[in-house]
Design a protein around this ligand. Sequence first.
Ligand code: NDP
Length: 453
Amino acid sequence: MHDATQRIMDRVIQLDSNQTEFIQAVTSFLNSVDKLVDDIPQLIYHKVLDRIVEPERAIIFRVPWVDDDGQMQLNRAFRVQMNSALGPYKGGMRFHPSVNLSILKFLAFEQTFKNSLTGLALGGGKGGSDFNPKGKSDGEVMRFCQSLMIELGRHIGEDTDVPAGDIGVGGREIGYMYGQYKRLYNKSVGILTGKHPSFGGSYIRPEATGYGLVYLSAAMLDAEGKNLQDKSCLVSGSGNVAQFTTEKLLKMGAKVLTMSDSSGVLIDPSGIDEEKLAFIKTLKNVRRGRIAEYAQKYKEATYIAHNGSATSNPLWDVKADYAFPCATQNEINTEDAKHLVANGIQLVGEGANMPTTLDAEQILMDNGVLLAPGKASNAGGVAVSGLEMVQNSQRLQWTPAQVDAQLLTIMKNIYSNISSAAEKYSTKNNFVDGANIAGFIKISDAMLAQGYV
Ligand code: NDP
């Protein structure tokens, strides 16, 4: 790293030494864009790199709500408005007990480059709360969402900041938040994406992240003369991204051997077919149950509960051709990466944000595994959110086929942009560098043009 870049890294560590996830995301980014510093010295002189690692704004607020027993409950919520150089802040809301400022800053940072890669006019942001929707009634979730929107509402807007879903925030939560916003401001405008199609949602938004991941991975494989037909795949998670990744993999002729949730791992050597996937969708989206139930119904499958002290995840030690981490950050560590390599994995397509640790990433790339980094490969979700914003502002609704076709085009363009950036500034097939650099160049042009703000 150049001294000037290293100083920026040191400052981030000095200012927020406890924000480990954010530091990890900045390290990966600075390692890549440092390769541009000789070509574009303005990045240092105009302090573009200094500014890009600092959120434009971070809002922290309390969310008081009353549970079904009449007890008062309190949660903390956040909205990180990271960068608006390209357009309104855009990025999901996460409801999970682990949520804190470090996690949301890392997600907002990643989101900024991801949104740039989509080619749409979207800035980067992210938000959420340490509220745990698990085990809560619909009424409790509704009251929490309504209370959260009383504060969040004043910071967002269709031209300012447009949140969407993420872990723990799906159609139900978006609906409750949207309803409360409308009640507070008396406006039917696109202040959230991921809405139901009956009130301004885009078709294909729920599917978009998973479908987009498979489209980008297929493009990457195609360039190597490979494809998905009859290939075995590992998928982790069983939420929105995992479900639609599995659905599209099945449509493209692949076989999916695994899924998981925060309690454990499911391994089905006979493959998770359409019927079994439908069972998982009802289990997770309607009954909000545990994946362990799958192994009770389908005896050919094995369920392994997570062991808190284990150093590796058995899901990543199943022999397969391709792997798609779709649960959460840092779910593939160095041990897992070694298992994947030993088992001959050829591609890791990241559906989750930053699911691979920095060291694990290096092991995969050193061993010739194609690594599709989340900020490129899971960009389909925000891309269709961007298309939802366009439909909302025109008061139009496109057909599922129209949206899916645009999603495919966007993912192919992202592949083409990150692979050419990798070849030009780094090495062929270093898609981590390619995604960081291609995403960053557009933002830095916009920041330079807009002055020191
Ligand atoms: P969901 O809440 O729908 O699903 C998350 C899944 O991951 C669930 O199966 C959950 O298990 C599991 N999970 C969550 N935390 C952990 C953990 N600490 N350890 C093990 N398993 C865990 O979220 P999404 O599918 O929307 O998001 C998944 C990932 O994809 C996240 O990294 C998110 O940031 C990223 N992403 C999502 C986008 C979207 O459009 N939704 C867009 C781009 C990226 P359980 O069922 O037990 O809760």
